[in-house]
Design a protein around this ligand. Structure first.
Ligand SMILES: [Mg+2]
Length: 221
C-alpha cells in the first residue's frame, strides 16, 4: 500500500473504490478480462488470439513509451482497434463471469461495514455497472456499495475527471474530502490527486482490509 495523500478535513468524507484487483484479488479472473475481449476482437478481424493479443500488447507498450510510462486502459486501447465504447460495454456484459471465479468475502464485508459508519462509499470502475453489481453481489458486499460509476455511466474509460466528479456528486462530498483507492496509479490515483482528492494505491484486497486501522490511527474513525 502506498498512501499518496489523505484529506485535511473529514466532516463529510467519501472513499471511491476501484473494483477489479482492488475489492478482490483473483489473477485468473483478471486475465480473462483482458483475454476475452481480445479473443472477440481476433474473431472479428479474422486473426488468431495470439496475433491479436500481440498487436494489442504492442499498442499498449508503444502508448506507454509515448506517454512517459503511463498505462492505457484496455477499453481505450480497443478504441484504437475500432471497438466503440458501446460495443465494448456489450462485450463486457456478455463475456465476463465473476460468478465463476469469486466468492463471498466476509472480511471485506466487515471492513466496509466499519468504513460506512464514517465514509460515503462508492465504486468507480472501468467495468460496466451490470458487471459491477454482479461482482459486488458475488462478494457479498453490494448492499454496502450501491453508488457505482461504471464505463456505461459516462461512456468513457478511466482516467477521466468525469468518473470521479460523478462519484463525489453521488456521495454529496466535496472533492477535497474524497479518497480514491485503487490498484493502478495511472488509472485510479494520479488524476484524483490532481483534482485535489486523496489517493491510496493498494497492492491487493489485503490492503483494503487494513483501511479501518489506518483511519483509526489518524483518529478519523
Ligand atoms: Mg483495478
Amino acid at each position: 500500500m502506498k498512501i499518496y495523500k489523505l484529506p485535511a478535513e473529514y466532516s463529510n468524507p467519501a472513499i471511491l473504490f476501484d473494483m477489479d484487483n482492488t475489492l478482490y484479488t483473483h489473477d485468473e479472473y483478471a486475465k480473462t478480462q483482458i483475454d476475452l475481449p481480445v479473443k472477440r476482437l481476433a474473431q472479428l478481424k479474422g486473426k488468431t488470439f495470439e496475433q491479436m493479443n500481440d498487436e494489442v500488447s504492442q499498442y499498449r507498450k508503444k502508448w506507454a513509451e509515448d506517454h512517459g510510462g503511463q498505462t492505457v486502459s484496455l477499453s481505450n486501447a480497443l478504441l484504437a482497434f475500432g471497438v466503440s465504447m458501446e460495443e465494448n460495454i456489450r462485450w463486457r456484459d456478455e463475456l465476463f463471469r465473476p460468478e465463476d471465479y469469486l466468492a463471498p468475502d466476509n472480511q471485506l464485508r466487515c471492513v466496509l461495514k466499519v468504513l460506512e459508519s464514517r465514509f460515503c462509499l462508492a465504486v468507480v470502475t472501468n467495468n460496466t455497472v451490470s458487471v459491477a453489481v454482479r461482482t459486488l453481489s458475488v462478494l457479498g458486499v453490494h448492499g454496502l456499495l450501491e453508488k457505482i460509476v461504471g464505463l456505461d455511466t459516462v461512456k468513457l474509460s478511466k482516467p477521466d475527471k468525469i468518473h470521479f466528479l460523478k462519484a463525489a456528486e453521488l456521495c454529496g462530498t466535496p472533492v477535497q474530502q474524497c479518497i480514491s483507492v485503487g490498484d493502478r496509479y495511472d488509472i485510479d490515483i494520479a488524476l484524483p490527486l490532481e483534482m485535489g482528492m486523496g489517493g491510496i494505491l493498494v497492492d491487493n484486497v489485503e490492503d483494503v482490509y487494513k483501511l479501518p486501522d489506518l483511519f483509526a490511527s489518524g483518529n478519523v474513525i
